[in-house]
Design a protein around this ligand. Structure first.
Ligand code: NAP
Length: 509
């Protein structure tokens, strides 16, 4: 812990690196944002650049009363924010959207330095994140209720959609911008106020969004960011009666903890949790094309993506040809600092993640798997960064951790299968159910997969599947609820049924 209260640009070499990387250094904030003010705790914690393990800067650790004050501020702001017209809330969000887009280069650089992904991926994420702000700004004007044909004589029946109240949003480090905007824009557009707890690895991306929300004129108390010890913050948010909705994105084990903590106050909970995505190559698929798509679906964000292709299934007859193509693609990857144009795969988030990847690999090798190809790491050997080489693993069996767990690293596990029925059963043989990929031409087999796969999102012949208009979310232990799309409001609103009866007239008729 460090007790520095302000950013000091001479604090460390890496800190200087981030300051010089930004055109607008005021986007770099290290205090929490509560009720329209920047608030300091008494302690500070470092953020590490995964590309070189240098300290990027320090962010503040709030005390329990400070976290409670953020909930109180959001609760007070809710009274007036919900009463604004939908147009007025929409205008605030559109201001924010424009400022995010104007700052996209800086937001992307900030993200690379604290998260490690490549600059192209980071820019893509900032644009993706901004798209939710525009989408929900537009949807704010269309949050209709309905009229219901009455079963009661002379009564008028209808529903109205009302904002639920203060929403607590807890987010992960792998998409430090978009996981915030996908939740916050929906909540704020419908009339909720938010208290956000970003991941401790990536607080600066979140705090930059707060700086832009402040500049967009979003009223004090509507958008709050609290930083500090995860269990303390989450417990305050879960136990508070003032917090009416909890929206979490992160791992399934932490999601379960939060669900049980929130049970005491019966909050509306939405959970975007882990995945174990199958990538199915159908027998009539061009193998070269399939290998390229599987490679893209596996190595984006260094494999640290809830949608990453965890288990790649290829028909027996095409297996060897597929492995040849995939192995070539693995050796062509370039691992390095995400700021360099030549980098295709950045570092993992930290050294603990590298250790976990190595454990998964060791477990697979002990149980009989083979490393068929691996990207050369010579170029990053001198760096202290948390690098792990993209790895092609064959001989994978169902008892291996790499098959069962969400591996969250660039290990590609490729397995053969015999029939479409078998590959659907293998794909479903997991407690997760977030996303699945299918590549092929035969419409009958594609339809068989679409109907048979127990996943919330199934993408056929396209690696890209996400975006603002689609309902993002998982089945089974991958989560509860949907984000984005017209369904995104459901997690932050209540449907109120109104029965407007008619009193009998004085004459009794
Ligand atoms: P994580 O460890 O579950 O952390 C997520 C958030 O929970 C962070 O803000 C973290 O805070 C907080 N947290 C950690 N321990 C906690 C505790 N004991 N009590 C309360 N809060 C706690 O997940 P992650 O490693 O950041 O992210 C990777 C996971 O997110 C993967 O499983 C991935 O699949 C999932 N994910 C899912 C989606 C989706 O849409 N379904 C999208 C992206 C990621 P600290 O950082 O301060 O520890």
């Amino acid at each position: 812990m460090n007790t520095a209260q302000q950013f000091d640009i001479d604090d460390s070499k890496a800190n200087h690196e981030i300051m010089t990387a930004l055109d607008d250094v005021k986007l770099l904030r290290n205090l929490a944002y509560i009720n329209g003010k920047w608030v300091s705790g008494t302690e500070f914690k470092p953020v590490i650049n995964p590309a070189n393990s240098e300290i990027v800067g320090y962010f503040t650790q709030l005390s329990q009363p400070q976290i409670t004050s953020a909930v109180d501020a959001a609760d007070t702001a809710f009274v007036s924010w919900r009463q604004l017209s939908a147009d007025a809330r929409s205008d605030y969000l559109l201001n924010w959207y424009q400022l995010i887009l104007n700052a996209k280069q800086d937001l992307a650089r900030l993200m690379v330095i604290e998260q490690g992904k490549t600059l192209a991926e980071a820019l893509g994420e900032v644009e993706y994140g901004a798209s939710f702000v525009r989408w929900f700004a537009e949807e704010a004007r269309r949050s209709y209720g309905e009229t219901i044909p009455s079963h009661i004589a002379n009564a008028q029946l209808s529903t109205i959609r009302e904002p639920i109240g203060v929403a607590a949003l807890i987010t992960p480090w792998n998409f430090p911008n978009a996981m915030i905007t996908r939740k916050a824009a929906a909540a704020m557009a419908i009339g909720c106020t938010v208290v956000i707890k970003p991941a401790s690895e990536t607080p600066f991306s979140a705090l930059a969004l707060a700086e832009l929300a402040d500049r967009a004129g979003i009223p004090a108390g509507v958008f709050n960011i609290v930083t500090g010890k995860a269990s303390t913050i989450s417990h305050v948010l879960c136990q508070s009666d003032k917090v009416k909705a909890l929206s979490f994105t992160g791992s399934t084990p932490i999601g379960k903890l939060l669900l049980s903590d929130a049970a005491a106050t019966v909050k509306k909970c939405s959970m975007e949790l882990g995945g174990n995505a199958p990538f199915i190559v159908l027998p009539d698929m061009d193998i070269q094309q399939a290998a390229q798509a599987a490679c893209d679906a596996k190595f984006q964000t260094s494999g640290q993506d809830c949608l990453a292709a965890n288990r790649i299934f290829v028909p027996h007859q095409q297996f060897d040809a597929f492995i040849d193509h995939f192995a070539t693609l693995v050796t062509q990857q370039s691992v390095g600092n995400g700021m360099q144009d030549s980098t295709s795969v950045g570092p993992l988030i930290n050294h603990k993640a590298v250790e976990k990847a190595q454990q998964l690999l060791n477990d697979a090798l002990i149980k009989g798997a083979t490393v068929t190809a691996q990207t050369d790491l010579t170029a990053v050997q001198e760096c202290e960064g948390s690098y792990f080489p993209p790895t092609l693993l064959t001989g994978v069996t169902e008892d291996m951790d790499v098959y069962r767990q969400e591996n969250f690293c660039p290990i590609a596990a490729v397995m053969p299968y015999s029939t479409v029925e078998q590959v659907i059963a293998m794909s479903n043989d997991t407690e997760y159910g977030l996303a699945a990929y299918v590549y092929g031409h035969d419409i009958h087999q594609i339809w068989q997969c679409l109907r048979g796969l127990e996943f919330g999102m199934v993408s056929v012949n396209s690696v890209k599947m996400t975006g603002h208009p689609i309902p993002f979310g998982g089945m089974k232990q991958s989560g509860l609820g949907r984000e984005g799309s017209k369904h995104g409001f459901d997690e932050f609103s209540e449907i109120k049924y109104c029965c407007l009866g008619a009193l009998p007239t004085a004459s009794g008729s």
